[in-house]
Every structure is written in structure tokens, then in C-alpha cells.
Ligand binder design. Sequence first.
Ligand code: TYD
Ligand code: MG
Length: 441
Amino acid sequence: MKKETKYRCKVCGYETIMKLGKCPNCGSWNSFEEVESEEPLKKKNPVVIETQKEERIKTGFAGFDELLGGGIVRGSIILLSGEPGIGKSTLLLQIALNIAKEKGKVLYISGEESPLQISSRLTRITESSPKNLYFLYETDIESVINAIRELKPALTIVDSIQTMREEGLSSLSGSPTQVRNATDKLMHVAKTYGIPIIIVGHVTKVGDIAGPKILEHLVDTVLYLEGEKYQMYRILRSKKNRFGSTQELVLFSMEEEGLKEVKNPSQYFLTEREREIPGSVILPTIESGMKPLLVEVQALVVSSYLPQPRRVSVGIDYTKLSILIAIMEKYLKLPLYKYDIYVNVTGGVRIVEPASDLPVIVAIYSSLKDIPTSNFVAFGEVGLGGEIRNVSLMKKRYKEALKLGYKNFILPSSMQKEVENGDGRRNIFVKTVYNLIGKLK
Ligand code: TYD
Ligand code: MG
């Protein structure tokens, strides 16, 4: 076969026979590189790309659409990652149903579940079986591509990319070669026909050899669905989005009949209380998103009768907790070695960002001294010298907490210039952990 030269955009995979300065698909400059094509491109004619009003497909989930920047972009590739069993197939089946009802044909390709399994899930989330929803139980990528070409659906779902394989390739399903090859082929058909494709990628806890990570740079949008399997809530985050998110986090609750969007996510994890209690403080956390989520950091400090006091931590890194306890012993001169310390973030939320340092210290201090702090909001990183450091997006966190009616704050001292008192508000500024003493009463 005669080899022909074509050019492929390094950013989005868009292919053309001419080297273009600007990619008509994703708008990147000087992104084209020469690739040799096996198939001659002789049937293809260069086309004039007209500017068109970007049409976005609504998914039926308002928050999901916002996360995508206003809905699904035609021809885009979205990677939905998450641990097995977290609810990826459920969410996508719900989206498939909504789009099949409102917009047109949806092709749901499953490489792991038989039509029977999918139909049992379908029965849980809907009563009527939709006309426009097509299922294909297939793992051969060539057949999958052909099906997409033939049906030209408004949306295609591939569940999961790890099950797709090409006969000719010697490596096993799920290997990096197979996963990359299948994604490449799907991208090509998506861009050629303007069909959006959502690809499911399982994150596996061990190894993660051909996990979704290897695809992140190829696709347009990367979404992660997270949560604890035995808790109701699921968080969908956008890790990357070429089409601009207006929001970076959607909170769902897993119900009997599928996932439901939570309307006021920032207060979902808060408890309403009649009176204040010690050992609890509010943290407006911003993990990867732009919108703060208010969670409660709790601590329980009790006398220890063990030779080695117990430290238990749920939702906060254990090493981090040990460091914070050491800082408190040193700079607050507290005999914490005499106490068992339990720390918990409510709702099973896991906090990785350093903004939780100060709340953890406040919660421990408050439990130890029996000072109620449950209507206090705190955030800040704590250094090994006991100094309180700034964290990202502090004003945003502050404002979100204000919006939800909180009036008591414990803040890094640098915020002093930025926030006002009055209005019944109480701002405690701390430069080091030592400043906590006497200020909390
Ligand atoms: P699933 O979508 O199969 O997860 P994934 O595709 O990420 O592997 O979700 C599986 C879990 O969701 C399963 O434990 C059952 C639960 N579930 C509900 O609680 N409600 C529902 O309506 C459905 C369909 C599933
Ligand atoms: Mg699944």
C-alpha cells in the first residue's frame, strides 16, 4: 500500500492532509506534526471549515453540563474515570437515557456487561424503554468503530476502554498498547463525524498499569467520579477540560433509582445543631475544583490508658495528623501523649489539601479544652514551626461560608487586610498556632 503523508494535531488528534497553522478543531497553534498514514487518503477532499455556533448537547444533569462548560461538545472525547463499582455505568446510562429521549440516537457499547445486566440496571432507573437507545455488546474495536460509523449517533458511550481490543495487536486487552490504540481509533471517528464519545476508564487501586492516566493527555475532557462505596454521595470532578468549565465539582447521591444531583452541595455535609459543641469546626475545602465544599472536621480527645496512645484518622492523612499533634505538643505545650486522639471528616470525605491543617488543630484543641467551636470556620496550612500559612482561594472560601450563614472565622493573619468585621462577624486571625490560646473561648 502506498504511504501518504498527513498531519495530525498534537493536541486533539485532528487530522488533515495540509499542514495548518491553527487547528480548526481545538484552536491550538503550530500543533500539527507529520504522520505517515497506512491508508491512502485519496477519497478525502480538503474541506472548508466554517465557523459554526458551537452546539452543545445537554445531558439532563444541570451540574454535569456546567462541569463540561455548558454540555457535551460535538466530536469531543470525554474520559470518565473512577474505581470499579462507584457508579460510572449508572451515571452514563442515565445520561444516555436523557439524550435518547431529548436529542436522538445514543449508542451504548459495553465490553463488560451483557445486555441482560444492562437491562436490569435500566429497569432500576427508568420505567419505559427508550426507542433511541442502542446497545452493543462488543470488545472488538473495529466492530465498534463500524457500528459508530453506521449509526452516527448523537452520543456514543464506550464502557470500558480497558475491554476494547484489536485482533491484530498481540498485546492483551487492557494493556497500554490496546488502550491507546482503541482510544486513538475512537478519537478519529469522533473528530471525523462530529460524534461525541464518552469513554469509561477504571481506576484500579493496585498497579494501575493501563489505568486512565495514560489517556488523559489524549482526550479533551477528564472527569473523575469519586466517593466511598458505602456512602451515598459521589463527587464528580473535572481534572481537565479543553472547553472550559464553569464549575468543577458536581455532587450526586446514589439512590435506589440511580444518581441524583445534590442542589446545594456546599452544605450537604453539614449538620444542623441546636447548640455549639466542642471538637468540631467547619472547613471550606477546595480539592481540585473552584467551588468550596463545606465539611466538618471533628476531633475527639480522651485520656489514654494505653502505653502508646491511640491516633485514629478518617479523611485526613495519618502522617499529617501525627505531624500536627507534634506541632501542638511543641508550640502549645500540651501533654497530648496522655490522650487518645480521633479525627474524622464527616460524610466520608477525604481531604488531601493542606488547608485542613488549621481546622484539625482547632478541633483537637477544642475537644481537649472543651471549648465549643462547631460554628467556627477555619482554614490554613500549618508549618513545622507552628506558623499558619496561606492557602489557595481564601476569599472564595470565606465568602462561601458567609453565604451559608457562618459568622465566626479562624484565619491566617494575612487575611486581615481582606476581610471586614462588623455585621455580627467575628474574625480571629492567627499567625502561629500559639495565637489560638486565649482567643478561643
Ligand atoms: P456501577 O454503575 O455499576 O459502577 P461502575 O460502572 O463504576 O463500576 O454502580 C454499581 C453500584 O451502584 C452498585 O453497587 C449498585 C449501585 N446502584 C445503586 O445504588 N442504585 C442504582 O440505581 C444503580 C443502578 C446502582
Ligand atoms: Mg461499569
